[in-house]
Write a protein that binds this ligand. Structure first.
Ligand SMILES: [Zn+2]
Length: 424
């Protein structure tokens, strides 16, 4: 039976115009709705009764939906749609996820099959399941769900589509599109769920921020210096910072014009930076209060790179430690404090000598601590401008420094200014 015959049958059953019924049916079929469900939906629309297994739940506004709801019918605008594969009970499933909106609010959704809708579409979604995700209600679109084009376009306040600046990207975002320049990239082999897999990792930037990325389906277009439009990425949290993830569904298009990348990192007060929960690239200015234990000449486990105490690694037991230089300093700007970690190169600059010099000094003094003491003499009480990646966890806030230099401005003044701006 073709659409025409179905339409004819329905039209005569319902006593309505065949052309109208046919248009409705075609709308639904365009969204891959199975013909039986499509016919039920058209019957309901024309008052012919559902005739299906599950009655259509009452229509609700998105703002009314709570995690106590079972199934709902909503009329919404699709804001975003992302695609990815997840492993579910041993099978790889392709799911679509994103946000929907109506005049009253927004809600996240997961579609377990391809209903064919796109950002911007106005839809009536029937019999969608409500589940709790991160404490919030989310819609589950599954095989009992019907998706049809809404009778009227749904007006929403939210931006339709996934285009975002990097500074707007947050962990949990899905179906996002960015225009960026690749700043760093390297290949890496990991042991994934399917054995050894090659991935690419690096850093991308735009005029607003820099963020780390992982390409799970490595493609050659992502080379250092390339300006690209990257569509359909998702963001997840990596050490307190949102990280951009490219999947097999992500599309990458070279841009003819180079994407402008901010040279400087956003400057924040320590309190505001810590409150953000983590930033990939931030600048802080403060006074060094203290150089902590575990600074200066240290030893690392050759297996895992962790700093070891008395030749003992927490994971690998007794090991032959490798010498290295590091600084862990407490930086304070009057709003809060953060632990700043300097790597071997930045430590060498602060110390005024490299590993060989440090080892020689320790040998002369017959005490390794002289290196940390010398660094503390230089740093403590001074004002410094620090740039790097901030992570925040239950142990506190840590900034892995990529830049460290004496500050010419008074950190307390700067912090007061930043606070004043925040309050204004
Ligand atoms: Zn180890």
């Amino acid at each position: 039976m073709d659409v025409n015959s179905h339409a004819e049958e329905l039209a005569s059953d319902l006593g309505v115009d065949k052309a109208e019924v046919k248009a409705d049916l075609e709308n639904l079929l365009e969204y891959s709705v199975p013909i039986d469900e499509a016919k039920q939906s058209v019957r309901r629309k024309h008052g012919g009764g559902g005739g299906g297994s599950s009655p259509t739940p009452e229509s609700v506004d998105l703002s009314e939906i709570t995690t106590d709801h079972g199934n709902v019918t909503v009329t919404v605008r699709v804001l975003t749609r992302g695609t990815r594969t997840i492993r579910y009970q041993g099978d790889d499933l392709t799911i679509r996820e994103g946000e929907l909106a109506d005049g009253t609010g927004t809600i996240s959704y997961t579609a377990w099959q391809d209903f064919g809708f796109e950002p911007g579409d106005s839809l009536t979604i029937g019999n969608a399941g409500v589940r709790e995700w991160d404490g919030e209600p989310e819609l589950n679109l599954n095989e009992s769900t019907t998706v049809a084009i809404a009778d009227e376009s749904v007006t929403v306040d939210q931006e339709v589509g996934g285009d975002r600046d990097l500074v707007e990207i947050a962990a949990g975002d899905r179906g996002r599109n960015v225009e960026v320049r690749v700043l760093e990239v390297e290949s890496k082999t990991i042991s994934g769920r399917d054995g050894e897999t090659e991935i690419r990792e690096g850093v991308v930037g735009d005029a607003t921020a820099r963020l780390p990325f992982t390409d799970w389906d490595p493609r050659p277009e992502l080379e250092a210096g390339a300006s690209l439009r990257i569509e359909d990425v998702y963001a997840r949290e990596f050490r307190g910072v949102p990280s951009i993830n490219l999947t097999e569904f992500t599309t990458v298009t070279p841009l003819s014009e180079s994407v402008e990348v901010a040279e400087s990192a956003p400057r924040l007060s320590v309190a505001k930076a810590v409150a953000s929960g983590g930033m990939f690239d931030v600048e802080l200015v403060g006074n060094v209060l203290e150089v902590r234990d575990g600074s200066g000449l240290i030893e690392r486990c050759p297996e895992c790179g962790r700093v070891i105490q008395n030749g003992q690694c927490r994971s690998h037991g007794e090991v032959d430690g490798e010498d290295d230089l590091r600084v862990k300093a407490i930086l304070d700007d009057g709003t809060d404090t953060v632990t700043v970690v300097l790597d071997d190169e930045l430590t060498a600059e602060v110390y005024g000598g490299g590993l060989e010099d440090a080892l020689a000094a320790a040998k002369d003094a017959m005490d390794k601590e002289v290196v940390a003491e010398s660094i503390a003499e230089t740093l403590v009480g001074g004002a410094y401008r620090v740039r790097g990646s901030l992570s925040v966890d239950e142990y506190g806030a840590t900034l892995d420094a990529t830049g460290f230099e004496a500050a010419d401005d008074d950190p307390a003044d700067a912090a007061r200014e930043t606070l004043a701006e925040v309050r204004a």
